[in-house]
Design a protein around this ligand. Structure first.
Ligand code: HAM
Length: 439
């Protein structure tokens, strides 16, 4: 029988892969904490009713759905944002705004498999709810850039490309479009570069845009600078002043060099309303490392009061690819404070007491589960990254004097079981000393 594999697009995490995942999660968690975001979580299964939206968005066609035994229509979440909106709406009167929330969750999308796209991924979400000003965009981008720096990236590796649906809306209005047509245009424009312009034009026509307007709409995405955008949108453009403010405040916040204005960034999710952004590797070899923007209407669409929201999603898959691409994948190896082994059945209980003592003093301690030869034990201690190794044989069991070997220096210190904690601490700075008078 052929060996079982995980379902297509789903990943196993062997310890080595798990360690890399933990490195990424740690960068996310530390950046969120450093910027004052609070953690939260939501169920991986949601009601289909919450997740289903108007057609046109890729994500709505990629939902894993099922019925439970009572016939409820349920789904695995493809993203966290609807769950966040549901949670905020449920406590809109009690929560203190603006709030800054962070979560790391697994998301499922029935994707066509390409580089950087799996059918499950872990996604770090940062959202600020209740802040009208562009400081919300600045804060989420700054926090994501902080995480990138913790992973060893700089602005020479990645750029955060910033566009604005509000700006495109102003330009659409100048072309004679009515607001009801904007959202269909955004979703079509997001496909630019992925499909041919003729196809874009026919999708715009399908969305009810008259032929004479399609050319000017496509032409908008050729705008290169904020100045050019301003000359088209006019001096009083609110969208331009928001964008300018974001670029201005990015300077004191330390991420101005990471930002680039890019009018073609529109995003493929229907709910964004204002500034939108995506981070790409400078070589543009990979898909977006993170993406997000302002979505001021989602809460009201889902039955709550209108409330300004800004957020982003940052996946583990593309960033891991980028680490590899840039030769920055951290070399992780297993590590444990100490390993304890024993030679024969008679030494086992002393060895277990030694291990318990190490753990009570707050040390990570791995123990051998069966008697083994010293050589085998020390080899394994090395393989599991033990900083110290203690092997109990008949002598140690009889006298209660144990030998703590520093695996990096090879120096061995003798102590009593009770003196072990002190020995392990002292071992850090004075490996050659006996901690209770013997060596
Ligand atoms: P999104 O652009 O669909 O946004 O996903 C955000 C990030 O998740 C992507 O940039 C990518 O890193 C990762 N990602 C998405 N799909 C996959 C996949 N199939 N395989 C691997 N990685 C993937 C959202 O999900 C929004 N809900 C983000 C947001 C939060 N906006 C506001 N708040």
């Amino acid at each position: 029988m052929a060996a079982f594999l995980p379902p297509r697009g789903m990943r196993d995490f062997y310890p080595e892969e798990y360690r890399l995942r933990e490195t990424i999660f740690t960068a996310w968690r530390d950046a969120a904490r450093t910027h004052g975001f609070e953690s939260y979580d939501a169920p991986v299964v949601e009601s289909m009713e919450l997740l289903e939206r108007k057609a046109g968005e890729e994500i709505s066609e990629q939902i894993y759905t099922f019925q439970d035994k009572s016939g409820r229509r349920l789904a695995l979440r493809g993203e966290l944002t609807p769950s966040l909106a549901r949670m905020i709406n449920a406590r809109q009167r009690e929560l203190a705004f603006p709030l800054k929330w962070s979560a790391i969750v697994q998301c499922f999308r029935y994707e066509r498999m390409t580089r950087g796209r799996k059918r499950e991924h872990y996604q770090w979400n940062l959202d600020i709810v209740g802040e009208e000003s562009v400081m919300a965009e600045a804060e989420v981008i700054c926090t994501a850039v902080d995480a990138l720096q913790r992973l060893g990236f700089s602005c020479s590796d990645l750029q955060v490309r910033v566009g604005s649906r509000a700006l495109l809306g102003e330009l659409f209005a100048l072309c004679g479009l009515v607001p009801e047509q904007y959202s269909a245009c955004f979703l079509v424009l997001d496909k630019r570069g992925k499909i041919a312009d003729e196809e874009i034009a026919s999708l715009l026509a399908d969305a009810g845009i008259s032929k004479s307007r399609i050319g000017p709409i496509l032409d908008m995405t050729s705008i290169r600078t904020l100045e050019e955008a301003q000359s088209r949108a006019g001096a009083s453009s609110r969208a331009i002043s928001d964008l300018r403010e974001l670029f201005t405040v990015a300077e004191p916040m330390g991420f101005r060099d990471d930002l680039v204005f890019d009018i073609s960034i529109v995003r493929g999710l229907g709910y964004y309303t204002g500034i939108v952004f995506e981070a790409f590797d400078t070589g543009r070899k990979l898909r977006a490392v993170f993406g997000g923007g302002r979505y001021d209407n989602l809460l009201s669409l889902l039955g709550g009061d209108r409330m300004p929201c800004v957020g982003l999603g940052f996946g583990d898959v593309v960033v891991a690819e980028l680490l590899a691409e840039c030769g920055k994948t951290p070399r992780t190896s297993p590590r444990v404070d100490c390993a304890v082994g024993f030679m024969d059945a008679a030494s086992r209980d002393i060895a277990m007491r030694v291990a318990a003592c190490a753990r009570q003093s707050g040390r990570e301690c791995d123990t051998t589960l069966a008697p083994e030869k010293a050589k085998v034990f020390f080899k394994r201690a090395n393989r599991i990254g033990a900083q110290h190794a203690i092997f109990i044989g008949p002598d140690e069991a009889a006298t209660g004097r144990i030998h703590v070997k520093n695996m990096a220096t090879g120096v061995q210190v003798e102590c009593s079981i009770e003196g072990l904690a002190a020995s392990l601490s002292a071992g850090k700075d004075q490996d050659t000393d006996s901690t209770d008078g013997h060596q």
